[in-house]
Design a binder for this molecule. Structure first.
Ligand SMILES: Nc1ncnc2c1ncn2[C@@H]1O[C@H](COP(=O)(O)OP(=O)(O)OP(=O)(O)O)[C@@H](O)[C@H]1O
Length: 305
């Protein structure tokens, strides 16, 4: 069982709409669920894991409803965002407990295998409260993998990890994806998702904003209109020369900032145009700074596009 289908799903909490009419399908390989904080990523993952029921729509695994369907839970492993670990247990005990909860025929062997997969066998008999953040994350992974699920869901797994731990986890997830498992992880960092995911689903403010490989998502993000704040030795002459070019959509003289506010349509065209025009007119550029580079503004462009 490998393909999760989210079909016209909404989920609300009181009058907060966390997920708004989302339709997407996630198959084998590594998929990144990308979106800013509060986008609805955890809510979606919790519905895929069977922790939450959709308010409307359906979430299925190979056509079988996930919510309240114990049989399906055996095929899904989840690494939640919150810690939720019993610090007084050893790593081995923690993973074993999950193996027993799943009713596995040989829980000890399964726990041992899962801890070896995440390279934690060496520290399995230490108490969890002596573990680093990365080690805790790996034990959570082992616990999620103990029943050898075909689907692995991870909510912000890279949060708080150092670069070495991050690379290690990336290798592990890549391996799981190439073994034919369906691996879905959430993140609010495009670069993180780019490095790992062969497929990206973008959610913003509860809505499904885009879907594709990272080249497509990167292109969507760089092709949007860009805004710059520019200060120069002759703002008026610079404005007149820039507006004549098709890559410039709008220019405003901002008196309080003593600067030009420029909206460019074609990112690469404009970054080539600006220094060339300045040079041709003998104008010095003092400041060139993007004014809308926050992740939220990039994402909200994707939703309205
Ligand atoms: N149990 C809940 N009760 C009330 N509101 C909730 C609940 N769970 C989520 N929400 C709200 O739903 C929206 C989406 O939250 P969610 O945690 O799914 O987003 P997220 O993309 O995972 O963000 P983050 O990365 O910050 O966790 C937010 O506005 C959040 O406050």
């Amino acid at each position: 069982m490998t393909t999760i289908t989210i079909d016209n799903v909404s989920r609300w909490f009181g009058n907060v709409v966390a997920v708004n009419d989302v339709t997407m399908s996630i198959g084998p390989g590594v998929t990144g669920l990308l979106g800013p904080n509060g986008a609805g990523k955890s809510t979606l993952i919790n519905m895929m894991a069977g922790f939450l029921a959709p308010s409307t729509g359906s979430v299925t695994l190979d056509g079988t409803r996930i919510w309240r369907n114990e049989e399906v839970y055996h095929h899904i492993g989840i690494v939640p965002e919150r810690e939720g670990m019993y610090d007084f247990l050893t790593g081995a005990e923690f993973v074993l407990a999950n193996a027993e909860l799943h009713g596995l025929p040989d829980p000890g062997a399964a726990a041992h295998r899962a801890l070896a997969t995440v390279e934690m066998a060496y520290a399995q008999d230490r108490k969890i409260d002596t573990y680093s953040k990365g080690m805790r994350q790996r034990v959570k992974m082992a616990s999620a993998l103990v029943h050898d699920p075909s689907v692995l869901l991870l909510d912000e797994p890279f949060n708080g990890m150092d670069p070495r731990q991050r690379l290690h986890l990336m290798d592990l997830l890549r391996q799981m994806g190439s073994d034919g498992r369906t691996v879905l992880f959430s993140s609010h960092i495009l670069e993180e998702v780019e490095q790992l995911a062969s497929h990206i689903e973008v959610v913003v403010a509860g809505r499904h904003a885009a879907s594709g490989d990272f080249r497509k998502i990167r292109r969507l993000m760089t092709d949007r209109p860009h805004r710059y704040l520019v200060r120069s030795s002759d703002d008026r002459q610079l404005a007149a020369a820039l507006i004549a070019d098709a890559s410039t959509a709008a220019i405003e003289l901002d008196w309080s900032e003593k600067a030009l506010r420029i909206q460019a349509i074609d990112f690469s065209g404009f970054t080539e145009l600006l220094p060339r025009v300045a040079r041709e007119h003998g104008i010095r550029l003092y400041t060139v700074s993007p004014s809308d580079e926050s992740l939220e503004s990039v994402f909200s462009y994707l939703v309205t596009a």
